[in-house]
Write a protein that binds this ligand. Structure first.
Ligand code: NAD
Ligand code: MG
Length: 394
């Protein structure tokens, strides 16, 4: 049994808490070097008291002061603030495993720091890979980091592939990846009805309990769009070889088709602790606390094609991947701004893809030669997306 020392980026989030639940079940196997969060010092203090990390980082410096005060009686936990400290704990020699579970572009720098330091990187933060694609994968190859997918679909695909041929689909005899999607809470809504859905409805996912941003992404199908791009980078393929199947039961987490006609699927209850435990313990298998699958209770599986007319985000993501260069970073940034505006009540749900499409049209695609270019286009896309939202709402 390998004892793993973990830095957990995004400890207070949905993936962070699920990770800690798996860690809690295996005290002999896992120790926590660092926990990080953004602003929620109270919740972080509770986690620090239970898991006793050596370091606790709040991205927001003000929140770091609050946390330090809350933990004044626990001097053995060092409390730090700011983005640089996130990168420090992600690359610290005291940790061998980094769970990248910050939401959005904010996760790119710390995730990259973990990659460059050659860690076992458990990738939940799909936006980091979507934004920087080839540069990210090149950094993985250069450092020898062990990149394990935590997104349930990608973890499923990973489990259905020979471990030594994850980046060599041809060599493995793989013909297609069948990426499953729940379809989200509005799968059966008309285009008209989609105009009036609320943030609360969008965040109430039928099968998964997740953070707000990914819940909205699931409802627009942008989550599947981001996952399509993620799959292309992780498994060295193109959108032509990835087919999205809406599977409302969310039991088959994705499938891999082989040249001999075999299709391998990974199934399980929709609970992120399964892929998290798989990544933490890989190649071993450990108890994740997940209820066994009851196929008799589920009874039937259904499959549909995604509707790209009502849910254009999936099309926009595929187009951005094909356009290449900085386009996926622009897509991601525009989506983050549009989703935040929707959650704040400043944008209608059906206008999320409109903002993304207009932002993509406003910014010329450039080769993504450096992380500086990626960050510059990310910043520009946020400005353009906010302008577009302003134009729509006056
Ligand atoms: P969440 O909103 O529940 O949690 C986000 C975490 O990131 C929190 O700990 C928060 O403190 C931290 N954070 C937010 N902004 C930050 C910033 N600017 N700087 C530093 N830290 C910041 O999100 P989540 O649902 O746990 O998702 C996390 C990531 O995992 C996302 O990229 C998401 O797409 C991916 N993911 C989530 C699920 C799921 O079931 N929740 C499934 C697959 C993939
Ligand atoms: Mg997923």
């Amino acid at each position: 049994m390998v004892v793993r020392r973990i830095s957990l980026l995004g400890a207070t989030g949905s993936i962070g808490l699920s990770t800690l639940d798996v860690v809690r079940r295996h005290p002999e196997r896992f120790t926590v070097h660092a926990l990080t969060a953004n602003t929620r010092a109270d919740e972080m203090a509770v986690l620090c008291r239970e898991f006793r990390p050596q370091v606790a980082v709040m991205a927001c410096p003000e929140a770091a002061k609050t946390l330090a005060a809350l933990l004044a009686d626990v001097p053995d936990i060092q409390v730090l603030g700011g983005e640089e400290s996130l990168c420090e704990v992600a690359s610290a020699p005291e940790a061998d495993t980094v769970m990248a579970a910050i939401v959005g572009a904010a996760g790119l720098s710390p995730t990259l720091a973990a990659v460059r330091a050659g860690k076992r990187v458990l990738l939940a933060n799909k936006e980091a890979l979507v934004m920087s694609g080839k540069l990210f994968m090149d950094a993985v190859a250069a450092s020898g980091a062990e990149l394990l997918p935590i997104d349930s679909e990608h973890n499923a695909i990973f489990q259905c592939m020979p471990a030594d041929k994850v980046r060599d689909p041809e060599g493995a005899g793989i013909t297609r990846i069948l990426l499953t999607a729940s379809g989200g809470p509005f799968r059966e809504f008309s285009a008209e009805r989609l105009r009036s859905v609320t943030p609360a409805q969008a965040c109430a996912h039928p099968n998964w309990s997740m953070g707000q941003k990914i819940s909205v992404d699931s409802a627009t199908l942008m989550n599947k769009g981001l996952e399509l791009i993620e799959a292309c980078w992780l498994f060295n393929t193109t959108p032509r070889n990835v087919e999205v199947h809406v599977h409302p039961e969310s039991i088959i987490h994705s499938m891999v088709e082989y040249a001999d006609g075999s299709v391998l699927a990974q199934m399980g209850s929709p609970d992120m602790r399964t892929p998290i435990a798989n990544g933490l313990a890989w190649p071993e298998r450990i108890d994740a606390g997940v209820a066994p699958l009851d196929l008799f209770a589920i009874g039937r599986f259904h499959f549909e094609r995604p509707d790209l007319v009502r849910f254009p985000c999936l099309r926009l993501a595929a187009e951005a991947f094909e356009a290449g260069g900085t386009a996926p970073a622009v897509l991601n940034a525009a989506n983050e701004v549009a989703v935040a505006a929707f959650l704040a009540g400043d944008l209608c749900f059906a206008d999320i893809p409109v903002i993304i499409e207009r932002t993509l049209a406003a910014i010329a695609v450039e080769p993504a030669n450096s992380f500086d270019i990626i960050f510059a286009r990310d910043a520009e896309a946020r400005i353009r997306a906010r302008e577009q939202i302003g134009l729509l709402t006056v």
